[in-house]
Ligand binder design. Structure first.
Ligand SMILES: NC(=O)c1ccc[n+]([C@@H]2O[C@H](COP(=O)([O-])OP(=O)(O)OC[C@H]3O[C@@H](n4cnc5c(N)ncnc54)[C@H](O)[C@@H]3O)[C@@H](O)[C@H]2O)c1
Length: 333
């Protein structure tokens, strides 16, 4: 583990405990955080430096990097050629940095994945299986709606981040949509700030992913919504034969969360809740690490969240920010 912050404690390590993945050691520039995390999760080694970590790591390890996006390049540069690495999203702070990261992983011949774990949340896997089994018919509508209160002050590095909501949060939904429909033709977006958090950059977004005239796909988020009875956090798919509604509970009480649920409705019939087990936090993190391990071990032929795929999620995020600045048609005089 490189990084011993919030997400490592809330999701990575609880997931690895469930899965039985063995964590050989941990390093953080803040040694106290590494020591506390090691104690909490019975991790045998706390390294003094990244060099110390490299000297004591067998070649077979996966380096699990969970540091802020702006720190990724400097951490990756120090890792050995040919190693295996799972890096936290975002893949850098913008598309230019993402391209540098991609080039670096290619030049160093790394097996590298980005931790886009929402695809592996139990309700998302179940939704996928139902769609693949034809239960929805032709899926022509997908919407992600999140109206919640997110405690952004948990992340000190976000206090000055020029890009916030889309880059650090909606990026998961952009990636999820891509896992269903591939790359959109165009992205239209507007991301705006909240007067209740004037020191932060934009925390509310509307993103429309253009898949032509027969699909409506959008992401709508408001992370400053403190009105409890109207808070919501869901993904909904509509097909010609049926619909699915997945609640992402973690956003409703971050990071503790509430349960994820999945409901199904056949056309013209009522919704029924399906018996799913597990939640985005922490269970999905078993999938992002497990799929990389399975790929490295040769058990599977593809790595769905490899850097080669993740770069397209970063391209879509970049397109959203460009669209937010320049798109829209001014009214006629
Ligand atoms: N669902 C998700 O996938 C999800 C959720 C939350 C955060 N994240 C991502 O995880 C990353 C970390 O977030 P967090 O919530 O843990 O933040 P955090 O601020 O709680 O922790 C970051 C940790 O990284 C350490 N660090 C920074 N630079 C380092 C370096 N060069 N080497 C070693 N350690 C270093 C810091 O000391 C700190 O302990 C962010 O990029 C964030 O986007 C992902």
């Amino acid at each position: 583990m490189i990084g011993a912050g919030g997400i490592v404690n809330d999701a990575h390590l609880p997931a690895y405990k469930i899965a039985g993945f063995w964590v050989t050691g941990i390093y953080d520039i803040d040694r106290d955080r590494a020591l506390q995390t090691a104690e909490r999760f019975d991790i045998p080694l706390v390294y003094y430096s990244q060099e110390d970590m490299l000297a004591r790591s067998p070649r077979s390890v996966v380096f699990d990097v969970a540091v802020p996006g702006g720190q990724l390049l400097s951490v990756l540069r120090q890792l050995p050629d040919g190693c295996h690495v799972l890096m936290q999203k975002p893949m850098g702070e913008d598309l230019a940095m993402a391209r540098e990261i991609l080039e670096l992983t290619r030049a160093k011949n790394m097996t590298a994945g980005v931790n886009f774990q929402l695809r592996y949340a139990p309700v998302m896997l179940a939704a996928r299986r139902m769609a693949d089994a034809g239960l929805l018919g032709d899926v022509h509508d997908m919407e992600v709606v999140v109206n919640v209160f997110t405690p952004w002050d948990l992340w000190t590095f976000l206090a000055t981040a020029p890009r916030l909501e889309i880059l650090y949060h909606s990026i998961h939904y952009v990636d999820l949509v891509r896992s269903w429909f591939g790359n959109p033709k165009r992205v239209l977006a507007k991301t705006v700030r909240n007067p209740r958090t004037p020191s932060l950059s934009a925390t509310k977004s509307m993103i429309m992913l253009d898949y032509g005239d027969w699909k409506r796909v959008h992401i709508a988020t408001n992370h400053g919504h403190k009105f409890k009875d109207s808070q919501c956090s869901y993904v909904q798919w509509e097909g010609t034969e049926g619909a699915l509604h997945a609640v992402m509970g973690v956003n409703l009480d971050y990071p503790k969360g509430r349960p994820d649920t999945l409901s199904f409705a056949k056309t013209d019939e009522g919704w029924q809740t399906l018996p799913t087990q597990g939640n985005w936090f922490p269970d999905a993190f078993v999938g992002s690490m497990g799929s990389l391990q399975a790929y490295v071990a040769g058990d599977v032929k593809t790595l769905p969240t490899s850097v080669e795929d993740a770069i397209d999620t970063m391209r879509a995020v970049e397109a959203a920010y460009i669209s937010s600045e320049r798109d829209g048609v001014p009214l006629n005089r």
